[in-house]
Design a protein around this ligand. Structure first.
Ligand code: SF4
Length: 276
C-alpha cells in the first residue's frame, strides 16, 4: 500500500492499547499499512497492570522502529470526577458518559491540533480533513463507524477497509512473536461484562479489591453534584438491575452472557470505542 494522498496533513493512530489498535499500529510500523505521523494514547490513569505493561513494551517497540509515540496521562479517573462515568443509578439508567470526552477524545484532539501546528483549543481551526485519525475497529464492528463532528478531522478505519477481524489481529501479532495485550478499559468502567469482572476476581485479587472498594465509595452519590445526592450509584448492573459488585453472582451472569450475540454486549473505550 502507498501512503494516502490528498489535503490531509497529519495521519495519526488512536492507540487504545487493546489488541486491535495495537495490531493496526504494528502493521503501520512494519509497512503492512502506510506510516503515520504519530501513535497516540490518552490514559485516564486506571487500567489493568497488564495493559500498562503492554503499553510500555509496545511504546518502546514502536519508537525503536522510528515511530513517534505520544502517551498522555490525562488524569486520574478513579479520583478526579467519577461521576463523569456512566455509573448506574438505582433504576438502572446510567449517568451520561462524559469520561471518554474528558479523558480520551478531547485530549486526543488537542494533541492532534498541536501536531498539525494549530492552537490546541482556540480558533482558527484547521481546514477540512487536515487530520486523519485511524481507529482500531475490526470488520465485526463496521456498523460502529461514524464521521467525526469536527470538519478538520477525518476518522478512518483501516481494519474494516481491509476486512481484518479481531482474530486476524491476534494472529498477526502472534505471527510476529509479539505479546497479545489484554482488552483495554478503565478498571472502574461500568461497561465491563460479568465475565470480565469474574476474570478480574479470579485472577487479579488486588485489582478486584480496589474495584469493589471503588463501587462502595460511589454508592451514596455524595460525590455528585447536588441533584444526584440521595441517588444510589453502582458500578455493575446484572441481569436484574444494578447491584453491589462484591456480592453479584458473576458466574451465573457470565454463563447467561454466552447466550447473547456479541453486538448486544457493551463496547469499552479501547480500539476506537471512545469515538462512538
Ligand atoms: S473505559 Fe469506560 S470508564 Fe474509561 S473512559 Fe471509557 S467509558 Fe469511561
Amino acid at each position: 500500500m502507498s501512503k494516502p494522498q490528498g489535503k490531509t496533513q497529519l495521519y495519526v493512530i488512536s492507540w487504545g492499547l487493546g489488541v486491535c489498535s495495537t495490531a493496526m499500529a504494528v502493521m503501520s510500523v512494519l509497512g503492512d499499512l502506510p506510516p503515520v505521523g504519530a501513535i497516540i494514547n490518552c490514559d485516564p490513569g486506571w487500567e489493568l497492570p497488564a495493559t500498562y505493561e503492554a503499553r510500555d513494551f509496545y511504546a518502546d517497540w514502536f519508537r525503536a522502529r522510528g515511530a513517534t509515540v505520544i502517551c498522555d496521562k490525562t488524569g486520574d479517573i478513579r479520583r478526579d470526577r467519577p461521576l463523569r462515568m456512566p455509573l448506574f443509578t438505582g433504576s438502572g439508567v446510567p449517568l451520561t458518559r462524559r469520561c471518554t470526552g474528558d479523558y480520551k477524545r478531547d485530549p486526543s484532539r488537542r494533541i492532534m491540533r498541536g501536531l498539525a501546528g494549530y492552537d490546541k483549543r482556540r480558533p482558527p481551526h484547521p481546514p477540512a480533513d487536515t487530520i486523519e485519525m485511524w481507529l482500531g475497529f475490526t470488520l465485526e464492528e463496521w456498523h460502529r463507524m461514524k464521521p467525526a463532528r469536527q470538519k478538520y478531522l477525518k476518522l478512518e478505519h483501516p481494519l474494516v477497509r481491509h476486512k481484518i477481524t479481531r482474530a486476524d489481529c491476534v494472529t498477526y501479532l502472534a505471527k510476529h512473536d509479539l505479546p497479545i495485550p489484554p482488552r483495554s478499559a478503565c478498571i472502574c468502567c461500568p461497561f465491563h461484562r460479568a465475565s470480565e469482572w469474574l476474570e478480574i476476581r479470579e485472577t487479579m485479587p488486588d485489582v478486584w479489591i480496589d474495584a469493589v472498594a471503588f463501587d462502595e465509595t460511589i454508592r451514596d452519590g455524595t460525590q455528585a453534584s447536588k441533584p444526584l445526592v440521595g441517588q444510589r450509584l453502582y458500578l455493575f448492573k446484572g441481569m436484574n438491575g444494578p447491584e453491589p459488585l462484591g456480592s453479584a453472582p458473576l458466574e451465573e451472569y457470565a454463563a447467561r452472557e454466552k447466550t447473547l450475540e456479541w453486538f448486544q454486549l457493551p463496547l469499552l473505550c479501547g480500539d476506537g470505542g471512545c469515538w462512538t
